[in-house]
Design a protein around this ligand. Structure first.
Ligand code: 5GP
Length: 331
């Protein structure tokens, strides 16, 4: 346990609201008069993906103000640092809330990160933000707005765009124009893919798009699996999330084994540590145990994740807008 805690880890797939501290969720629920025992799902872990989505609905009904959002962002920094995470790309779906626009939401998250950074000691975690498009709730125009928001806040730490939300709803192709524009603006892109069965056509279209990372990929046909391996696109893998939501039968059967053996960059991640109750150190322990990795191999695994980070490799000024360039020169 000590080894996985001390291992310097990178977290590349964590949803902000899904990473809410349980104690914070319970106290926000109480302040909204939501009885956790009546909302049964708050007192046990979900056992299907659709149940996990019911938990997000409850979380969203508890997290209703910009200061709640800022608090969660701050606490995620604290929790990750205490778990030995050194770098994290946290993703979140901008939501309009009491007295706030989508832009205010993004600012609240970034304020939480900034406040965490100010109070953290030498062992702090570096935090970056990915903005999520919700495939079930957003329109093509909403997705374009999210790309605009990401572009506007790039210098403040937004590094990319994610496509997530209920995988049984919405169409990848609806969001393709926004994703293509995001790419042309220099934003990196990660796509939730193959979370449910019978999504081969969508997976083929996603492979044609060639994102910078994929998430999950639990249900992939043999043909697409071949293309996925050849594409060399890194995959974010969340074992506990897949096991609890019944997408994968056991840790030993998890597709990590296959991708790791194929040389694909596997980014071990938590998904929603507040919903599934497993911090990143525990995910590493699970992988080491199920696939008999020794400490050196676990180090190698954590280190290879670095190849998949969305931090810009070149001077961000080269792809910046005029306005950003002005900001930049002020620094
Ligand atoms: P938020 O974006 O509000 O910070 O985090 C919660 C949201 O992340 C959920 O409402 C959902 O849209 C997305 N999310 C969290 N976990 C998963 C997951 O396992 N699969 C998918 N497709 N989306 C998820």
């Amino acid at each position: 346990a000590r080894f996985v805690r001390d291992l310097p880890k990178l977290e590349l797939h964590a949803h902000l609201n899904g990473s809410i501290r349980r104690s914070t969720l319970l106290s926000l629920a109480a302040s909204h008069g939501i009885d956790p025992s009546s909302a049964q799902i708050l007192t046990r872990w979900p056992s299907t993906l659709s149940e996990a989505f019911s938990v997000f609905t409850v979380i969203h009904s508890c997290v209703t103000t910009l200061s709640d959002v800022e608090r969660i962002a701050f606490e995620v920094g604290e929790d990750m640092a205490s778990d030995g995470v050194v770098y994290a790309e946290i993703r979140s779906t901008p939501r309009a809330m009491e007295g706030g626009s989508l832009d205010d939401y993004v600012r609240a998250v970034l304020r939480g990160f900034g406040r965490y950074r100010l109070t953290s000691g030498v062992e702090g975690v570096v935090l970056r933000l990915i903005l999520s498009i919700d495939r079930a709730k957003h329109t093509a125009a909403d997705a374009q707005d999210i790309v605009d928001l990401a572009t506007a806040h790039r210098l403040a730490g937004v590094v990319g765009i994610d496509l997530s939300g209920d995988p049984t709803k919405g169409e990848f192709l609806t969001f393709l124009p926004a994703l293509q524009r995001a790419r042309s603006l220099g934003l990196k892109i990660t796509l939730h893919a193959g979370e449910v069965a019978n999504t081969d056509t969508e997976m083929s279209a996603m492979l044609d798009f060639h994102p910078d990372r994929f998430g999950h990929c639990c249900f992939v046909s043999d043909d697409n699996l071949k293309r996925l391996t050849q594409s060399r696109v890194p995959i974010e893998l969340c074992l506990t999330s897949n096991l609890l939501s019944n997408s994968v039968g056991s840790a030993e059967e998890h597709h990590f084994g296959l991708h790791h053996a194929n040389g694909t960059v596997c980014c071990i991640s938590t998904d929603d540590s507040g919903v599934f109750g497993s911090p990143l150190s525990n995910e590493f322990a699970l992988v080491m145990d199920a696939f008999a990795l020794d400490e050196r191999q676990a180090f190698e695994l954590a280190k290879r994740t670095l190849e998949a980070v969305f931090l810009p490799t070149s001077d961000p000024g080269t792809e910046a807008t005029e306005e950003e360039r002005r900001d930049w020169s002020v620094r």
